[in-house]
Design a binder for this molecule. Structure first.
Ligand code: DGP
Length: 127
């Protein structure tokens, strides 16, 4: 069962309003909020409201409306935070970690939108 969803994960609790968050944007199908442990001056998480574990899960099972909203919400967060190249901060990185190899901590799909500094190499070299 690669797509078993645990509704006790921290982002499910945020979506249910059980724990607070610093919301950047809410849409019909998505919530964007600031990461509690920011890795860059701008670090926003964009999540679908639906119970999806990973990006591949979302791609396989989400509706066209959810996929369109997720994609546009990520773009809107880049715009709102001034990260679009030429807008001020001059660029960003969008990352989604999945599973053990990806070091995914929270088993609810999230895109990290990072920027506000030069972000360095895409992945760390193995020690
Ligand atoms: P990942 O390793 O890709 O699963 O990233 C999970 C991110 O979630 C990590 O950057 C820290 C963040 N995070 C963990 N708990 C909370 C929380 O309670 N609130 C917020 N806003 N972010 C959290």
């Amino acid at each position: 069962m690669p797509y078993a969803y645990d509704d006790q994960n921290i982002f499910a609790k945020i979506l249910r309003g059980e724990i607070p968050n610093d919301t950047v944007l809410e849409t019909a199908h998505c919530l964007a909020f600031r990461d509690l442990y920011p890795q860059a001056p701008v670090h926003v998480l964009v999540i679908p409201k639906g119970p999806y574990v990973t990006y591949d899960h979302f791609a396989a099972e989400a509706s066209a409306a959810e996929i369109a909203d997720f994609t546009r919400t990520i773009g809107e967060v880049c715009r709102m935070t001034g990260l679009r190249p030429g807008d001020g901060e001059d660029g960003y990185r969008v990352i989604s970690n999945a599973g053990e190899a990806g070091l995914q901590e929270v088993p609810h799909l999230h895109m990290h939108v990072l920027g506000g500094r030069v972000l360095g190499p895409l992945v760390a070299k193995p020690a």
